[in-house]
Design a protein around this ligand. Sequence first.
Ligand code: SF4
Ligand SMILES: [Zn+2]
Length: 199
Amino acid sequence: MTMTIAFAGTPTIDDAPGIDWREQAACRNHPEPNLWFPVGINDPCDDAKDICVNHCPVRETCGLVANRTRERHAVMAGFRCSDPDEFIDLRIWLGVENPARRTRTCRHCGVKFSTRHPRRRACPECRDLVPLEPVHRHIQHLRNVGKYTLRGIAAASGVSVGTVSLLAKGQSPYEGPYVSRAIAARLFAVTTEQEAKTA
Ligand code: SF4
Ligand SMILES: [Zn+2]
């Protein structure tokens, strides 16, 4: 499916009369415009973000436009606007919103992290999400073949018992069927004894 870059569909958004900032956009005429339209929160958009952040001369104007038009779909100015948290990050970057920086404890891994985001409770690493289902199947495998208990999996992986219990039921501590890449990696590092011997 081919989609149109957000600004191309919003013709009344110029900030500077007489200067069409869109002419200078790094994403203009890019051969893969879909990069700027990740389908879901798990659909990577790092390539688009990299172009916005490192190669676009009109990033700030683009960000102001995204904020003013309350963009909710595209990646603009290097932020995934469909993610409410990233949209707040965009506003913080623009200086439109400037909440105090706080130190919080990640609710998933317990690491302390610093954020200005008023609602953020997960550290940057735990916000990098991957699909839940393979992790769920791996935990089932550890229990059925490796005879692990949930506590045993938690102890071997360093993931909390509560999170392991949720994942074992196919549920996620996140919104949607996802789990953090860091937690998934820790759980995949735990193997059954049989696999460990043949590895
Ligand atoms: S910041 Fe990104 S989305 Fe905005 S114009 Fe530049 S390349 Fe396009
Ligand atoms: Zn974390």
